[in-house]
Design a protein around this ligand. Structure first.
Ligand code: ASP
Length: 310
């Protein structure tokens, strides 16, 4: 079996002047992650590399480019999980960290805990010598303008949800040639969220999950809805019941829509290398690399392919 990586750059509600750059960004991130797998790196290394590439790319709502909360601050959430051991690490509401996914990995590898939040997470980063960057350096001009024009949190039930809600959270799932899987998710959350709000992204079973016995998932979408239905775990429950990863993600996303009126999307891989990129929002930017090459899309049922450049 050949290794596979699938990444997303978040769900979207409408056409956006940054669409082109988002597609280029997910393609580059998928290639970065796949290059890691190709040179013998673990799925964990691959998802971290792919997510870091998107955190460093200011078109995405993670790391550099993260959205502002109600107080005009950047507070970020991230998760990473290893399907071989079920070990995971997460950070929530961290400030001034360029690559929250790497801090999440350090929580997993260097502490006895699974989630560190806010000040404690930042103190931990400092104790390891991880550089804290000025918050301003993570904020783009694009985000400042959007924030000035928004000023209220857009909930999943409001009319605005369908027209204005657009996120760009990032995530990745990967499987190696022997069926080890991993996932990672990273986000600035939802614009104008309350200070201290924690979304689905750092909560295992919600924004992501990885288990060698079923597969790996990374989600994007309305965090409060994803939390209510534990979306990542729900998808894998369907996989465990024998459904394909595509059908499982459709069923779980439809359940979230029917049960709590929430919209979202996900990328999924199985230990045997099946993969899917599925969404109930208008759009989701995603890319995958498998034995046949590079795949990507943004609109429903879109699946472009290209020769591999790695
Ligand atoms: N799920 C993220 C959150 O609610 C947002 C997103 O996926 O865009 O924090």
């Amino acid at each position: 079996m050949s290794a596979v990586i699938v990444v997303h750059g978040g769900v979207k509600a409408k056409l956006d002047e940054r669409d082109h750059a988002s597609v280029d960004g997910v393609k580059a991130a998928a290639c970065d992650g796949f290059a890691v797998l190709k040179r013998g790196g673990s799925p964990l290394d691959a998802v971290e590399a792919a997510v870091k590439a998107m955190e460093d790319n200011s078109v995405f709502n993670a790391g550099h480019g993260a959205v502002l909360n109600a107080e005009g601050e950047v507070e970020m959430d991230a998760l990473i999980m290893d399907g071989k051991t079920l070990s995971s690490g997460a950070v929530s509401s961290v400030k001034g960290i360029a690559n929250p996914v790497s801090l999440a990995r350090l929580v997993m590898e260097k502490t006895d805990h699974m989630i560190l939040t806010s000040r404690g997470a930042n103190q931990f980063a400092e104790s390891l010598g991880m550089t804290t960057v000025p918050t301003d350096s993570l904020v783009t001009e694009y985000e400042r303008k959007k924030w000035k024009n928004t000023r209220t949190y857009v909930s999943e039930l409001s009319e605005e949800y369908n027209t204005q809600w657009a996120h760009d959270t990032v995530g990745a799932v990967a499987v190696d040639s022997v069926g080890n899987v991993a996932c990672a998710t990273s986000t600035g959350g939802i614009r104008c969220k309350m200070a201290g709000r924690v979304g689905d992204a750092p909560i295992i079973g919600c924004g992501g999950y990885a288990d060698n016995f079923s597969g790996a998932v990374s989600c994007s979408g309305h965090g409060e809805s994803i939390l209510k239905v534990t979306l990542a775990r729900l998808i894998l429950l369907h996989v465990e019941q024998g459904k394909s990863v595509a059908e499982s993600s459709q069923l779980a996303l439809q359940y979230m829509a029917d049960r709590v009126h929430g919209a979202g999307g996900c990328v999924v891989v199985s230990p045997s290398g099946q993969w899917a990129a599925t969404f109930t929002t208008k759009r989701m930017v995603w890319a995958a690399v498998d034995h046949d090459g590079l795949w990507y899309g943004l609109d429903p049922n879109e699946r472009f392919s290209e020769q591999l450049t790695v």
